[in-house]
Structures are given as structure tokens and as C-alpha cells.
Design a protein around this ligand. Structure first.
Ligand code: NAD
Ligand code: DAU
Length: 345
């Protein structure tokens, strides 16, 4: 563990959507902490999201793979981490349908490599950043997921995350690694990759292109603003009980069609842009999360309403055209070709 009086934190996947928001959040909220960001810079990693902190003396970027045991060992030996926030993952369900293999490598093997290093070197807390998708899908009349809901993942992505969570549980029970698992619903906000739903809707609508809605558009997602997720991750790092799971939800259940219509209205664009496309295989019908445990035990409350969060997110994408235009090229076009057979519109 760290020899200095400052907390040493390893963030994995810090160049991604939630990771970059979390690094900005932590450097703002914890002036004394030292952060190391280990990121492989896959298609989803973007150092431009961290440009504002790249010269901050409290922050170090390491380009590498969480599944690279030698590298991970060397980092633990060198930095003596007190805390680990493990966010690195292959995160997109559609890509896991095209090719599940990288999901097993990063999400399962990568998590095991990190847990093993935490076991060998000792940490105060290991935060396993998981997802509500490990619980599978709800019917419309079902109560929201609690921490006791059975694991029933339906996509290669969610199966790989469930496997990682179970490894975390085993490392806690067998080896005493202080793993805290946190499972959030769909996030939205700045720096989210354009392949995900809300950025897809905003960017296509801004360009007057058709907005692809899978199936009948009545699948329900329970949205959480990324800043509220970051606050929960921070609380879990500081106050979460080892061996425990905490769900995060903000009571923002919306059908995808409702979300699209809201965004079109905020942008002043016509609903005729909506284009129903082929459904995602195995598409989970509904997610809804009961966050009562997180609220009661860690004192978390969501602070961003869906309406204001969505309006702020739209403004952010309108003000950061350079950021997303550079992403929507090259690799992204190739992915869209494989998924849709071409970019919609
Ligand atoms: P993202 O795809 O935007 O970012 C993932 C990051 O991980 C990227 O920077 C990528 O380069 C990095 N990465 C991928 N493989 C790696 C490897 N082998 N080694 C090191 N780095 C690697 O993902 P996100 O949306 O920010 O999600 C972050 C975490 O939160 C994931 O674990 C995801 O399962 C979880 N989560 C996401 C959401 C959501 O709505 N986005 C909701 C709940 C939980
Ligand atoms: O619930 C948490 C999960 O949320 C995270 O674990 C995942 O990492 C994250 O990607 C997200 O998964 P989803 O599959 O729910 O998110 P996505 O943005 O891909 O899709 C949201 C909904 O919108 C889903 O019902 C599919 C639909 N959709 C998506 C896209 C990209 C469309 O209708 N059209 C689209 O173009």
C-alpha cells in the first residue's frame, strides 16, 4: 500500500466514457489523490477526453492492457495502490453480438488479472464497476432489480460482466480481497462514444439523418446521468462494505421511443426522422433498478434530472463537434457497416 499520506488510486479504462468523467470528477473532488489511468486505448478510448488534465502532476496515464499480467504486476509494485476502480471493459452489447471473444479477454481475464494483483499486493478497496445488465431483462409488471435479483445475463457482454462479478465475489470470499461491486443502469452525458443510443440519436438528428430505433422502440431503459454515477463510485470507494453489491438507479425509466421523441423535440427536429430498424438479437426488454440500498447505506441521491441532464448533454455534443467528428470515421464506419450493413442514412 502507498507509503505517502495521499491516496493512490488505479483507474482502469479511464479514457472511456465513464472513466474520463470519473477522472475529471476525482481530481476536482479529491485534490490530494494521485491517479494512475491504465487504458488500452481501444476504439472506445480517447485521450482527447482527458486533454484538460494530461499535465496535472497528480495524474499519470499508462497505455496498456488490464489482461497483461506483467504490466499490471509492475504497476502495483511501483505505485502501491490503496484503491482500484476497475472500469476497463468492452462495453457495447452490439459489438459483443458481432464478436464475443474480446469481451471474454478484457472483461473476464482482465478482471482476474487485476484481482490477483490486488490479492498479491493488498489494497484497501477494489471497486468492480458492473452493470444492471447482469440481472437480465424485466417484464413490464416486474418490480425493479434489487441486489438479490438472480444473475441472468442475455448477451455475451452481460455474461462476461456477470463472470467478472462472480470472480470478484470469489476473490472476496476465498482470499479476502476487499471487493465492492456496483451495478448501474444506462448512463448518459458528455464524452459518450457515438455508437451508444443517446449520442446516436443526437448526432443523427443534428445532421438531419434518420435515427435508428431497434424493433418497436418500446424497450425500456432506466437512465442515470454520468455525474450521478461518478458520485456513487466515489462513495463506494470510500464507504462501500467489502463483499457487498450496490445497485444504482435514478427512477428514470423511459421507452427508447420516448427518449428519441424528447431529444427530437429539444433539437426542434421532426419525428419523421425516426426509422425503425431490425431488432438487436436477444434484446433485453426492460431494465429498472431499485437503488434503496445505496441510498440508505451510503447516502447517495441522484442530483441530475433526466430533462436537465438530457438538455445539457445535447448542448455538450453541439459544442464539441470536433470531439465526435474525429470519432465518426475509420473504425467506426467499419463497425457500422458490419452492424447495419451501412451507416443508417
Ligand atoms: P467505454 O467503452 O466508453 O470505455 C471503456 C474503456 O476501457 C476505453 O477507454 C477502452 O480503451 C478501455 N479498455 C477496453 N479494453 C481494455 C483493456 N483490455 N485494458 C485496458 N483498457 C481497456 O465504456 P463505459 O461506457 O465508460 O463503461 C465503463 C464501465 O462501466 C464498464 O465496465 C461498463 O461495463 C460499466 N457500465 C457502463 C454503463 C453505461 O451505460 N455506459 C452502465 C453501467 C456500467
Ligand atoms: O444498462 C447498462 C448498460 O447500458 C451498460 O452496461 C452498457 O455498457 C451500455 O452500453 C448500455 O447498454 P444498452 O445496450 O442498454 O445501451 P445502448 O446505448 O446500446 O442501447 C440503449 C437502448 O437503445 C437499447 O434498448 C438498444 C436501443 N438502440 C441502441 C442503438 C445504439 C436503438 O434503438 N438504436 C440504436 O442505434
Amino acid at each position: 500500500m502507498s507509503n505517502s499520506d495521499k491516496e493512490a488510486l488505479l483507474v482502469t479504462g479511464g479514457a472511456g466514457f465513464i472513466g474520463s468523467n470519473f477522472i475529471h470528477y476525482l481530481l476536482r473532488e479529491h485534490p490530494d489523490w494521485r491517479l494512475v489511468n491504465l487504458d488500452k486505448l481501444t476504439y472506445a478510448g480517447n485521450l482527447e477526453s482527458l486533454a484538460a488534465v494530461q499535465h496535472d502532476p497528480r495524474y499519470t496515464f499508462v497505455h496498456g492492457d488490464v489482461a497483461d499480467r506483467e504490466l499490471v504486476d509492475a504497476l502495483f509494485a511501483r505505485y502501491h495502490f490503496d484503491l482500484v476502480a476497475h472500469l476497463a471493459a468492452e462495453s457495447h452489447v452490439d459489438r459483443s453480438i458481432l464478436d464475443p471473444a474480446p469481451f471474454l479477454e478484457t472483461n473476464v481475464k482482465g478482471t482476474q488479472v487485476l484481482l490477483e494483483a490486488a490479492r498479491q499486493y493488498g489494497v484497501v478497496k477494489f471497486l468492480q464497476v458492473s452493470t444492471d445488465e447482469v440481472y437480465g431483462s424485466l417484464g413490464l409488471a416486474d418490480p425493479p432489480f434489487t441486489e438479490e435479483s438472480p444473475l441472468a445475463p442475455n448477451s455475451p457482454y452481460s455474461a462476461s460482466k456477470a463472470a467478472a462479478d462472480l470472480l470478484g465475489r470469489a476473490y472476496f470470499v476465498t482470499f479476502g480481497v476487499p471487493v465492492v461491486t456496483i451495478r448501474c443502469g444506462n448512463n448518459y452525458g458528455p464524452y459518450q462514444h457515438p455508437e451508444k443510443f443517446i449520442p446516436t440519436v443526437i448526432l443523427n438528428a443534428l445532421e438531419d439523418k434518420p435515427v435508428p430505433v431497434y424493433g418497436d422502440g418500446l424497450n425500456v431503459r432506466d437512465w442515470v446521468h454520468v455525474e450521478d454515477h461518478c458520485r456513487a463510485l466515489d462513495l463506494a470507494l470510500q464507504k462501500g462494505q467489502p463483499g457487498e453489491v450496490y445497485n444504482i438507479g435514478a427512477n428514470n425509466e423511459r421507452t427508447n421511443l420516448d427518449t428519441v421523441k424528447t431529444i427530437l423535440r429539444l433539437l426542434g427536429k421532426p419525428e419523421t426522422l425516426i426509422k425503425f430498424v431490425q431488432d438487436r438479437p436477444g434484446h433485453d426488454r426492460r431494465y429498472a433498478i431499485n437503488p434503496a440500498k445505496l441510498m440508505a447505506e451510503l447516502g447517495w441521491q441522484p442530483q441530475v434530472s433526466f430533462d436537465s441532464g438530457l438538455a445539457g448533454t445535447i448542448e455538450w455534443y453541439m459544442a464539441h463537434r470536433d470531439w465526435w467528428e474525429r470519432i465518426i470515421s475509420g473504425e467506426y464506419l467499419e463497425y457500422a457497416r458490419r452492424w447495419y450493413g451501412g451507416v443508417v442514412g
